[in-house]
Design a protein. Structure first.
Length: 130
């Protein structure tokens, strides 16, 4: 069975609502899935993260349409066992942070936002990659 992700209109509705059931917003690239120990091929957006994203008004429901491209093409920084930060250099760098549950049954989007060279360098240093 092929995993599917939520359409933009449904993401808009989820973000504006009080719905508590996580929704799928992207597919986990296979290399990330293997590295973070995930059994799931789907990235979920939780209510907690959707609410937290309000601190980043540059991330709109439309931004989620290119989240997949960011995950597929971005640079990976593995800093913890079930955790990855993916950085994509668009006009300005953006980052997405994914975390697999300990069991590997689910992968959640923890953060999706703009970043800068200073933050990227800090992330790489902390991971031992910079």
């Amino acid at each position: 069975m092929k995993a599917t992700v939520t359409r933009q209109a449904e993401i808009v509705q989820f973000i504006a609502s009080d719905a508590t059931e996580p929704i799928p917003v992207a597919l986990v690239p296979l290399d990330i899935q293997q590295r973070i120990g995930s059994l799931s091929g789907v990235v979920l957006l939780s209510r907690y993260t959707a609410d937290k994203q309000r601190k980043h008004p540059e991330i709109t429901a439309e931004s989620y349409t290119w989240l997949q491209s960011l995950l597929d093409q971005g640079d990976r920084i593995y800093d913890k066992k079930h955790h990855v930060t993916v950085i994509h250099h668009r006009e300005q760098p953006y980052m997405a942070v994914l975390k697999a549950t300990t069991s590997g049954a689910e992968v959640y989007l923890q953060s999706f936002r703009r970043t800068d060279a200073k933050n990227i360098a800090s992330l790489k240093r902390r991971s031992g990659d910079g």
